[in-house]
Design a protein around this ligand. Sequence first.
Ligand SMILES: Nc1ncnc2c1ncn2[C@@H]1O[C@H](COP(=O)(O)OP(=O)(O)O)[C@@H](O)[C@H]1O
Ligand SMILES: [Mg+2]
Length: 217
Amino acid sequence: MSVLEVQNLCYDYVQRYGVTHALKGVNGVFESGKLYALTGRSGSGKSTLLSLLAGFDRPKAGKITLDGEDISTVKPSLYRKEKVGMIFQAYNLIPHLTAVENVLLGAGGKKSRLPSEAQAILRSMGLEEAHFRKKPSHLSGGEQQRVAIARALASDACIILADEPTGNLDSDTGSMVVEILKDLAHRLGKCVILVTHSEEIASEADVRYRMSDGILV
Ligand SMILES: Nc1ncnc2c1ncn2[C@@H]1O[C@H](COP(=O)(O)OP(=O)(O)O)[C@@H](O)[C@H]1O
Ligand SMILES: [Mg+2]
C-alpha cells in the first residue's frame, strides 16, 4: 500500500507585477485504494497542488513524500513517468496519434509496452475495438477521456491525478468516467485524486477535501 503525504506545502507564482501565494501550507494524506475528491473555488489552488503532486514543479516550502520518501530526492522525470498518471479536462491526447499510440506514449521510454497490451488497457476501459486505430478527433469526448485514462494507466503508476476530468462531458458520460476512476481505486488499488466542481461527483468519493484560498480543509 502506498501513501502520498503532503506537509506544509507552499507555492508561489512570481511574476513581474507581483506574487501569488497559490499554496499556503497544505497538509494532507492520500492512500492507495481510495478515491479522493478535491473541490474548491476557481483559483483556490487545486491545479497547483496537482501539478506539485505530479512532480511538474518543486514546492517553495514543505514536502511531498511517497511511502516516506521525499519525492524531490527522485529524478523528476522518473517520478513523473513511473509513479504518476495524469488526466485533464481537455483530454490532452496527441492529435496525430491513434488511440493505441497515445496509450503507448503513456508507458514512457523504458517500460515500453506492446500494442497488444495497450489494446488490452483500452478494452478494460470499455473502448470498442473499432476505435483503437482512430485519432482523437474521430472519437467522442467520453471516448477520448477513456483513452486518456488508459494512457495514465499504461505506466503502472500508483497515483492517478485527474484535474476536472468530467468538465467537458455531459453528466451521464461524466458519471461513467467517475465510475472508472472509482474502479481504479477500489479494484486496482490506485490512489486517485479527482478535482471536480460537481457536488454530485464529489459525493462518490471515499474522502473529500476542499481547497480554500491555498489551504486544504
Ligand atoms: N501560471 C500561473 N502564473 C501565475 N499565477 C497562476 C498561474 N497558475 C495559477 N495561478 C494563480 O494561482 C492561484 C491558484 O490557481 P490554480 O491552482 O489554477 O487554482 P484552481 O485550479 O483551484 O482554479 C490563482 O490565484 C491563480 O490565478
Ligand atoms: Mg484548476
